[in-house]
Structures are given as structure tokens and as C-alpha cells.
Design a protein around this ligand. Structure first.
Ligand SMILES: Cc1cc2nc3c(=O)[nH]c(=O)nc-3n(C[C@H](O)[C@H](O)[C@H](O)COP(=O)(O)OP(=O)(O)OC[C@H]3O[C@@H](n4cnc5c(N)ncnc54)[C@H](O)[C@@H]3O)c2cc1C
Length: 574
């Protein structure tokens, strides 16, 4: 179904009476033409929005998805699409020893008492049902990300082998012409390869590890097989968004691109529709807001988040500017967790920043602050590393911090998409994202860090690496720390000495995958006012709502798993 067709369908939609009581937003709201009427209006075509729309449609409700961007999929399409849903059927079929009791114990331990137990329970109960529903009502299939540990596997109920799944390979031909409207990935896979998120761990090691080489060969074999079969293979977020979109196509749900929510329509205290620049779309039963985070809204970031912050370090979809948050607020919604985000250290490379996952964890690297001192376990969950950066920055400046590596590290491991042995791009040097020197002291001078301090930090770190114990930050003490490491390095696969010149320093800033604060919701995904009362007709899911993860991050996929689940819950409630 193409965008033109769906727009024509919308314009034909049954026009509701006018008599608008618009809260705010449009310059001339009274002039807004009624554009159509549906049972459910969904805002945003990301993980939350498309799952909600699919669910509502399968209940037999009439549904439309309004999407601001000229493409569909949002950050979800850009993402690695890890999905953290305990006890789902894919995990259980793979033999993961999960139980509802273990999952409840773990989630409660991770998120703490700040997240109402009823919301935690709703997520854990509905998550497996959501996965089963998506598999039954779309061509999406999923695979277990074996070994991708929960982020705190030592907490009660934590699983060191993980609870994350990701979409299976998907043939883009199933989308027909709509494939051209799929939001592109954050990092394109090299042509001819079919790569899953779970492959990255091994591709980093392809030069130094037999399994790494075998996984690289497997990626090539998948790519070759797909080409011979005439397929357009999609994986990760591309597969997730395309698969959900095919589900919507089959369910006859229009997705209107270039059609932003400008405001919510409120009548007698209830939300009854969405105002767009071209008019009002009425919702008989309710509006489900899945408009993503506010990562690209500089004013909101400055208002709610710690400094320094801006919009240059996020990798989230650029249309995510908190429109749903602001419209929700105008309708009376409370906002929570606005200071937080799905953080991770990023290298401010030209163009998109690079969200640095494996590179800060692999042996042969350490992170220092501006005094040349380590300040964090480099292999800790990415969100925690940035929380620590912000906590410590006022007294011991670490924004930017520096990832220090040596040539031995560069000879062994992939760095982003730069093969081992190859130089970092000139543009990175020109942008000040990377520096190089023949000695540690020379490197310190280049980055403005005291040279004696950096030399002494590296020497001390090298001693830890030889002994295999990091008494300062316990790097390698958690099973999670070892996910992105090199198993051939002993006695601690996270730690190797830096000894081979030249040495490199990569600038690290607080990046994010998107923000996690938003409208306060209850266990039914209904939006709440500050006094706890429900705003009738208004639901929120995904990054437009305050995360069920609270200030934490349970495992790989802790944003998409809950986004899809609360989209599903909202659409079953509406
Ligand atoms: C590179 C990258 C990798 C990631 N990897 C993972 C991962 O492996 N696992 C994981 O769990 N998370 C991951 N994330 C995070 C994850 O993608 C997001 O947190 C998730 O997609 C949020 O879902 P959402 O539906 O709330 O928002 P999105 O998926 O961003 O969708 C929001 C949609 O709303 C639209 N929109 C915005 N404003 C309006 C408006 N006014 N009107 C109409 N539409 C609007 C946007 O254009 C967008 O299409 C990653 C993110 C990135 C960028």
C-alpha cells in the first residue's frame, strides 16, 4: 500500500462533526478540517506505534498511523533491534532456563522501587503474549541472541546467557514499493553480507578468533544465498520495521508519512483526536502516542538534562523532538524520568556520532578523564558509564573522556567498520575525534592531559592486565563485562596491556540511543495526570512514555521490548 493510496483513503474517511475544543498547537485550530475518523489513531511508526496499530487492527478496530517523517520505522528501523522480553516462546524454545518468578525478581532488583510493581508485572506478563501475537500476525520471526548476558547477571534472577532476541532475516521484497520508504539503518551493512546483531561480537574478532572467522564466512554465505534467491535481505531494525509494516499492509492499516501530530484534540477532558497541519483526525476510542523521545529537541534537553548536552551526540531518529511529550503535557500529562536517556559513550565522528559498544570493552583499551585517570569500569553497561561521566564531571572533568588504545589493539580488532590494521579515517583526525602519538606521554600532550598522570595510569593498568584483576574498577568481575571481549586473552579477557606504539586517544562524549523520559502511564499504558488521574482517550508507549526500566537497563533490548509490549497493551485496552 503506497503513501498516496493511504492518503486518499484517509481523505475519504468518514468526517466527524467539527465543534473542536482544541487545547493548543495549530495557529488557527478552529479552521482545521476534519480529515477522517478511526477507532484508534496511532502517532509514530516506530516500535511502539506499529505494534500498537497491528494489535488494534487485529481486534477488528479501524486504525491509522500518522508519521511525521518521510519514512517509516523511526529509531527502531535504525537500531540493532535487540528485544529484551523474559519468558518469550523463542527463548524457551532455545532452552533458556527462565521462569516468571526469576524474571520478576530480576526486573525488580534492576529497576528498584521507583517503577510501580504493577507496570513491571504488566510488562513481564504481556511481553511473551506480544511476541506470540506479532509472530502470528506478521511475517516476523525471531532468534535468540545466545550469550548476550543480562546487564546485571549477578543480581537475583539474572541470566548470564541472556534473555534477548532479535528479528530473523527478512526479505524486503515482501514490502513491495513501500520498501523505498523504510528509514535507513544507522550503520549500513557491507554489501553482500547478511549480519545479525549477535554477529557483531564475533565479527570484531574475525582476524584473531576461529569462531569470528567462521561467523564472517557465515554472513557472506547468507548474503550470497539471498542474492541467488533474488531476495533483499534485511536484518536488525530494518527487519523489525519492515516486518511490522507488512503486518499493517496485510491488516489494511494506512501509514501516513509526512503527517505529524501537532497537537491532541481534547473535548470535555478526553482526548478525541490528533491535529495535523492539514486537519483533525478523530479517534472514536483513543489516541496511542508512540512518537519516540525528545533526543533531537535542544531546548528540551537543556531544560531537563544535565550539562553538557545537545542534540549532536544522539543516534536517535532526527524526527524525535518530543512532540508527543509536549502535546501530552498540554493535555495535562505528568512527565517522568526526563533527566535520563538510553545513554552510551559515543565518539563524535563527523556526520553521525559513533555509539561505542564493543570498542571500549575489548582488551587493550582504557578510559581516562581529563586528569589522565581512570574513573569507571570501561566494560560496564553503557548507560552506567554515562551516568558515571555525568556524576563525576563536576568535580573531576570527564566530558570529554578519552579511550586510549595501542597499535596491538588496532592490529587485532574491528573498530566500527574499520578493519584491523587499517588507519582511522583522516576526517576523524580533522574533527578531533582521534589523536595518535608514538608515546603515551606524547599522546597526553596532544589531548591536553597531564602526561605523567597518563603514563602512570597506563603503567598501573598494564600491571592489572598481567595479573588479571582490576582492583580499582573490577573490570571483568561481572559475566556481562566479558560479552564484547577476546576469549584468547588471559587471565582476564577484558584486560590486556598497552605496549605497542603508536598509541591512540578517541574522544568520548555522552551519547544516547534516544531519551527515556516521557508521559507517566499506568499498567494499562493510559496516560496519567500529576494527581494520578487518567486522561481519558490517551495512551503512550515507547520513548514517548517514561520507561518501565526506570533509570536502569536490564539487558540488550530493554527499550524495544517494553516499547512493543506497552504498544500492545495500549491497543488491547483502548
Ligand atoms: C543505532 C541504534 C541502535 C539501537 N539498538 C537498540 C537495540 O538493539 N535494542 C533496543 O531495545 N533499542 C535499541 N535502540 C533504541 C530503540 O531503537 C528506541 O529506543 C526505540 O525504537 C523506541 O521506540 P519508539 O517506538 O518509542 O520510537 P521510534 O522507534 O523512534 O519511533 C518514533 C516514531 O515517531 C515519529 N514521530 C516523532 N514525532 C512525531 C509526530 N509529531 N507525529 C508523528 N510521528 C512522529 C518518528 O518519526 C518515529 O518514526 C537503538 C537505537 C538506535 C538509534
Amino acid at each position: 500500500m503506497d503513501a498516496d493510496l493511504t492518503r486518499r483513503q484517509l481523505l475519504r474517511g468518514s468526517a466527524a462533526g467539527v465543534g473542536l475544543a482544541v487545547t493548543a498547537g495549530l495557529a488557527t485550530p478552529a479552521a482545521a478540517a476534519p480529515l477522517g475518523e478511526y477507532d484508534v489513531v496511532v502517532v509514530g511508526s516506530g516500535a511502539a506505534g506499529m505494534t500498537a496499530a497491528l494489535t488494534a487492527a487485529k481486534r477488528g478496530l479501524s486504525v491509522v498511523v500518522l508519521e511525521k517523517a518521510p519514512t517509516f520505522g523511526g529509531s527502531a528501523a535504525r537500531s540493532g533491534a535487540g528485544i529484551w522480553i523474559p519468558n518469550n516462546q523463542v527463548l524457551l524454545a532455545a532452552g533458556v532456563p527462565d521462569t516468571p518468578a526469576k524474571a520478576a525478581q530480576y526486573l525488580a532488583a534492576v529497576v528498584g522501587p521507583g517503577v510501580p510493581a504493577a507496570r513491571q508485572e504488566a510488562f513481564l506478563r504481556n511481553g511473551p503474549a506480544m511476541i506470540a501475537f506479532v509472530m502470528a500476525n506478521s511475517p516476523l520471526r525471531f532468534r535468540f541472541m545466545e550469550g548476550y548476558s543480562d546487564y546485571y547477571p549477578e543480581l537475583p534472577g539474572g541470566l548470564p546467557n541472556g534473555r534477548s532476541i532479535e528479528p530473523d532475516q527478512f526479505d524486503g521484497n515482501l514490502l513491495g514499493a513501500e520498501l523505498a520508504n523504510l528509514n535507513p539503518p544507522y550503520l549500513a551493512t557491507p554489501p553482500g553480507l547478511v549480519v545479525f546483531s549477535a554477529d557483531y561480537k564475533w565479527l570484531n574478532l574475525a582476524l584473531v578468533n576461529a569462531k569470528g572467522a567462521a561467523v564472517a564466512a557465515e554472513c557472506l554465505a547468507r548474503g550470497t544465498a539471498a542474492a541467488l534467491a533474488g531476495q533483499k535481505p534485511l536484518t536488525m531494525g530494518q527487519s523489525l520495521a519492515a516486518g511490522l509494516r507488512v503486518g499493517l499492509q496485510r491488516g489494511g492499516v494506512p501509514v501516513l508519512l509526512n503527517t505529524p501530530l501537532v497537537d491532541l484534540n481534547v473535548e470535555n477532558g478526553a482526548v478525541t483526536g490528533v491535529l495535523t497541519p492539514t486537519g483533525l483526525v478523530r479517534a472514536r476510542r483513543g489516541v496511542i502516542v508512540g512518537s519516540g523521545g525528545f533526543e533531537h529537541n535542544a531546548a528540551m534537553r537543556a531544560q531537563y538534562q544535565r550539562q553538557p548536552i545537545g542534540t549532536d551526540w544522539t543516534v536517535g531518529a532526527k524526527e524525535n523532538t518530543g512532540d508527543g511529550h509536549r502535546a501530552g503535557q498540554r493535555a495535562g500529562a505528568a512527565l517522568d524520568l526526563m533527566d535520563d536517556a538510553w545513554w552510551g559513550p559515543a565518539i563524535p565522528t563527523p556526520g553521525d556520532p559513533y555509539f561505542c559498544l564493543a570498542e571500549r570493552t575489548l582488551p587493550g583499551g582504557l578510559i581516562v578523564n581529563q586528569a589522565g585517570q581512570r574513573f569507571v569500569n570501561e566494560a560496564a553497561p553503557y548507560s552506567d558509564v554515562v551516568h558515571t561521566m555525568y556524576d563525576k564531571n563536576p568535580t573531576a572533568p570527564d566530558i570529554p573522556a578519552w579511550l586510549i588504545v595501542d597499535q596491538n589493539y588496532r592490529n587485532r580488532y574491528l573498530f566500527r567498520d574499520i578493519a584491523p590494521l587499517l588507519p582511522f579515517p583522516d576526517a576523524w583526525y580533522a574533527a578531533g575525534a582521534v589523536f595518535k602519538a608514538s608515546t603515551v606521554q606524547g599522546l597526553a600532550t596532544q589531548i591536553g592531559v597531564p602526561s605523567a598522570a597518563l603514563k602512570s595510569t597506563v603503567d598501573r593498568f598494564n600491571g592489572f592486565a598481567r595479573s588479571g584483576t582490576d582492583p580499582e574498577f573490577r573490570r571483568g568481575a561481572s559475566v556481562y563485562d566479558h560479552y564484547y571481549t577476546d576469549p584468547s586473552v588471559t587471565p582476564n579477557s577484558c584486560l590486556a596491556p598497552l605496549w605497542a606504539a603508536p598509541y591512540y586517544a578517541l574522544r568520548l562524549v555522552p551519547g544516547d540511543l534516544g531519551t527515556k523520559g516521557g508521559m507517566r502511564t499506568d499498567a494499562r499504558a493510559r496516560v496519567l495526570r500529576p494527581d494520578g488521574s487518567v486522561i481519558r482517550g490517551l495512551y503512550a508507549a515507547g520513548n514517548a512514555s517514561a520507561a518501565v526500566m526506570g533509570h536502569s537497563y536490564a539487558g540488550a533490548g530493554s527499550t524495544i521490548g517494553p516499547a512493543m509490549t506497552f504498544g500492545y497493551i495500549a491497543a488491547n485496552d483502548v
